[in-house]
Write a protein that binds this ligand. Sequence first.
Ligand code: AMP
Ligand code: GLY
Length: 428
Amino acid sequence: MKEKSLKILVLGSGGREHALCWKIAQSPLLDKLYCAPGNGGIESVADCVTLDIESPDAVLHFAKEKAIDLVVIGPEGPLVSGLADTLIAENIATFGPVAAAAQLEGSKGFTKDICAAYDIPTAAYGRFKSAADAHAYLDTHSAPIVVKADGLAAGKGVIIAETDAQARAAVDDIFDGAFGEAGAELVIEEFMTGEEASFFVLTDGTHALPLATAQDHKRVGEGDTGLNTGGMGAYSPAKIVTPTLLEETMTRIIQPTLTAMADKGTPYRGVLYAGLMLTEDGPKLLEYNARFGDPECQVLMLRLKSDLVPALLATAQGDISSLDLEWYDEDAMTVVMAAQGYPGSYPKGSQINNLHAAVADTDTQIFHAGTKTENGKTLAVGGRVLNVTSKGQDLRAARDKAYTALEKIDWQEGFYRRDIGWRALGKS
Ligand code: AMP
Ligand code: GLY
């Protein structure tokens, strides 16, 4: 491939997309990088364009007009609604699965049925279209138990019921429309215990290349307490995923899933993200996502030594058999700075200062999520707002660099967890 030959369009506006754009922008193969809609940080590495990324026609029109060589779809919404199908039909190389394959994220029941048919370890479950049937199941399955809206619910559709009454209330709420269309069906599953890990592979539908491991922190409060969020911080590698567990995850979870998707005639191409519960009986699948994790992507990009662009292209073009990726040996950590009030409601428009001064070394990057730039000022306009991301010779060093940077950021309306990495650091 020739240097400076590719025009690339990244879709999304979060910290994940800033990290992807930051990495893509370093590729010698890149001619021009666009991001839609982008954010206040992405505009420093890409040309941000206003585009309705939920509209396949709008994206297709832009891609044709600018002669885009590769579209990278960041979030799940456009994947599940079929953006990749539209682009691929017009011969535009697209990183991200077609809608039928993105069902692995778009329908929890779909994934559970694949697990049952291909003997993939996961929590025992039932799948229901009516409240009466779900309640009948609860007559014989008691709490703790987990009730999940079937469809996309922005991470909010999972209720861990500690009592039978909570489980029944969750069933009624979902069927009463608490999550809209996403709750037309639900899954009830066994409550599993263990430590969670995020596991990513690049796949062309046949071959799967594991990426670095990571662990997210989903709860808003320190010590993993409080409400679930999109993720408050992550680190990589997650050493709890030993080489043996990695091998077991590949053979018992990932490969049978890819076989299942190929058997259905809808092979999965893109990054496949398995949320794992590492139980006493081995790794079990919690859920699949059809995209990179956010904030896990931020630590992966900081640790990736190889050029990302050939990997994205090979995946999009359907052959990763000769792909190999190199990673820095260092550990990386990202800490999310969120607006006070998140994951509930929060005010928008407060000003963030001192961002440039906070980045004291080349091992630290601040990836923006909910920010915009106005008259040269950085304003907070989202729930998760910044991802302060550092690498270091070990996890402690990465953590120290990230928290040193965080302390320098002047944003009174923000907050962050001070204990990212606590499980791993407690073991070292
Ligand atoms: P999901 O979106 O399905 O990954 O669920 C969100 C979070 O809920 C997971 O990261 C877990 O912390 C928790 N969770 C989901 N399913 C289960 C389960 N069967 N047992 C225990 N915790 C679960
Ligand atoms: N960090 C969790 C997710 O991306 O779903």
